[in-house]
Design a protein around this ligand. Sequence first.
Ligand SMILES: Nc1ncnc2c1ncn2[C@@H]1O[C@H](COP(=O)(O)OP(=O)(O)OP(=O)(O)O)[C@@H](O)[C@H]1O
Ligand SMILES: [Mg+2]
Length: 457
Amino acid sequence: MLGWLGLILGALVVIGALTSLWSRLGATRRAHAELRAERDGLAERAAALQAQVATLSQEQARRQALERQLDEAQKLEAVGQLAGGIAHDFNNLLTAILGNAELLRMRPDLEAIREELDEILRAGRRGAELVRQLLSFARRNPGQVVPIDLHQTIEDSVSLLRRATSQRIFVHVALDGESPIIEADPATLENALLNLGLNARDAMPDGGHLTFRTRQLDHLLDGATPAGAPADLPPGRWVHLSVEDTGTGMSDEVKAHVFEPFFTTKPLGKGTGLGLASVYGTVKTLGGRIHVDSTLGQGSTFHLWIPLTDKTPEIVDEPDPNDVVRRGGHILLVDDDDAVRQVGRKLLTELGCTVSTAVDGLEALDFYQEHRREIDLVVLDMQMPNLDGQGTFRELRRMNPAVRVLLVSGMAGREEAERCLSDGALDVLSKPFRIEDLSRAIARYGRLQRSPPHITT
Ligand SMILES: Nc1ncnc2c1ncn2[C@@H]1O[C@H](COP(=O)(O)OP(=O)(O)OP(=O)(O)O)[C@@H](O)[C@H]1O
Ligand SMILES: [Mg+2]
């Protein structure tokens, strides 16, 4: 009996133990399942975190790139301001040097020193060209901004480049679609394309391929930025121009400085380092973007993004430059710089004009008030103390809405000059002007008809 009882008790103990084992096993299994679920959850969270880290580091890299661009842009901006200030003074000096040399060159009794005078003129014009490049870098070269066909400018530049490059350099043109119309000063734009082309030529001493390629795109508000475009390209209609060469390419060090004025890797006397600085300024003036892709040994591609316009180009009749005007007329020349005034007076006299001068806007207004019936044309400097060109122009127009004014500018903001142009000024002449420039401007605008006197009631 006891034996049975023991057996039953033993069995109960075993069953109890088994049950508890079973339930512990169940608990362990559940714990395992929970752990597994947690592990899966953790893995998922880790993956999500990893993705977030990747996005963050991409974002950081993008931000750093933008900051670098901003630093670069700010540095270039500061250098530009400095350059613009110096260029203003140089332009006045060069106007005096070149103008006087041109006057001397016209004198038959000075035949014996003609060669020396030509040397002065050559050096002076080279100086003027450098100042022009500095000014386009500083974006203070007003130029004459008009709607033009970019493809036409590319074709014109390429035909010049073909003449300036060796036969071992093949120049290709791949133009997309109908004429892309942009708003630019034709001469400045052509200069920019030539600078890019000549740099490519210099990077291919043993020959190679140079390709100008365009792509027109509608970059709409809701559309993604087109492939390869700068991240900050505003929505709108753009043309992408790439200038690609198979030359030496550039190191990262060179790439970081290419757009800085006076940065050059060329030997002394071969390059001034102003080419790309002026291209940079020109593209910025157009409201565009520029960047370079290049690997050492694998060529370079400059990418330009330029906004398109809906305006249509005008066809302009160029006056015959040989038509040197000597038909007289009374000109009021307004400039605060003594040397510029003197040489201007002599050049205009040489063109057969009667010349009166004024040292600033206030004096010009006084003079005009007294003599407006005699004055055929006012030649007006934009940058003057007291009353600047724009203010003087406005007052002159108030006295006589039909007043004929030719603006002269070394560095005035394009906007000021353009505002005067849209308010009826005839044209802008850039300093330093040459006798041909003056003559051409007068041939064009100074068919010296007397301005009808304005009758005030
Ligand atoms: N297509 C190119 N391939 C390789 N290097 C280039 C290219 N374009 C420019 N560079 C480099 O950038 C530098 C600056 O160019 P930039 O046109 O501003 O001045 P430059 O050609 O040296 O002188 P210049 O004032 O006569 O143009 C060059 O000296 C050259 O090192
Ligand atoms: Mg160059």
